[in-house]
Design a protein around this ligand. Structure first.
Ligand code: GH3
Ligand code: MG
Ligand code: MG
Length: 238
């Protein structure tokens, strides 16, 4: 009887230890599964965030995201008493690019132009696709007197861009309309700044394209504009 009891106890102990080992294995498998699913969810959440904030064609910030960046930089500038340069960059005669090289050629030109802009800006500047072949540039952390030279050198870096396709190559030029927001002297919202930059861009186009025009925010009359370049309309190059 005693032997029976001991054998039964042994069997029960053995059974318990096998069960415990199995439970541990299942629990480890579950932990691995949960970790894998969590990382998949994190990746897809990040992919969704990128999709929601970036333009699918160029990979730049999309319109909503670049406008949020502008609002945030204006807030920061007013806290820190700094300036913000708001610039609209528009590719010249882009319709002709599509007409000559097809819509896919135009798409490739937009992609290569976006790469050139990304290369030309500093890490603390922002660029986004504002619409079609128009981009919004936000320059921060620079002294007021450096704004116009910086815009001129930025323009020089991105204009006369050779777009290299499989069959053809062609050159793009661009026009920039800009304004400088000085938070120490005026409190201006995004919309007013964009409206002034847009007027400056209109002037740049009207004066022959392939140039930068900077307008003052407080008195956007014709006399306030400043052509940063003396270039001719060399933009009909497609
Ligand atoms: P301007 O020098 O005055 O800016 O002339 P433009 O021809 O660049 O300007 P316009 O507004 O007449 O034409 C812009 C063209 O950009 C028309 C539109 O079909 C094209 N476009 C806008 N978005 C895209 C795009 O995503 N891909 C391509 N391929 N073309 C686009
Ligand atoms: Mg254009
Ligand atoms: Mg345009």
């Amino acid at each position: 009887m005693v032997v029976y009891g001991a054998a039964l106890a042994l069997v029960i102990t053995l059974f318990d230890s096998i069960r415990a080992r199995n439970l541990k294995r299942i629990s480890r498998q579950l932990q691995r599964l949960v970790a894998a699913r969590t990382s998949e969810l994190e990746i897809s959440r990040e992919q969704l965030r990128v999709q929601a904030t970036h333009d699918g064609l160029t990979g730049l910030l999309n319109r909503d995201a670049i406008l949020r960046a502008l609002a945030a930089e204006l807030d920061r500038a007013s806290r820190e008493g700094k300036i913000v340069v708001v610039a609209l960059v528009d590719i010249d005669h882009f319709k002709q690019v599509n007409d000559t090289h097809g819509h896919l050629g135009g798409d490739e030109a937009l992609r290569q132009f976006a790469v050139a802009m990304n290369k030309a800006i500093r890490p603390y500047d922002h660029v986004g696709r504002y619409g079609g072949e128009e981009f919004l540039l936000i320059l921060t952390d620079l002294p007021k007197e450096a704004a116009e030279p910086r815009l001129a050198s930025l323009h020089a870096a991105i204009t006369d861009l050779w777009v290299r396709g499989q069959e053809t190559s062609f050159m793009l030029t661009c026009s920039i309309g800009a304004t400088v927001h000085d938070s120490a002297h005026q409190a201006t919202g995004s919309e007013s700044l964009l409206a002034v930059a847009d007027l400056a861009l209109y002037d740049a186009k009207a004066q022959g394209r392939n140039r930068v025009i900077c307008r003052k925010i407080d008195a956007p009359g014709a006399n306030d504009q400043k052509d940063l370049e003396t270039s001719q309309d060399s933009s009909q190059t497609v």
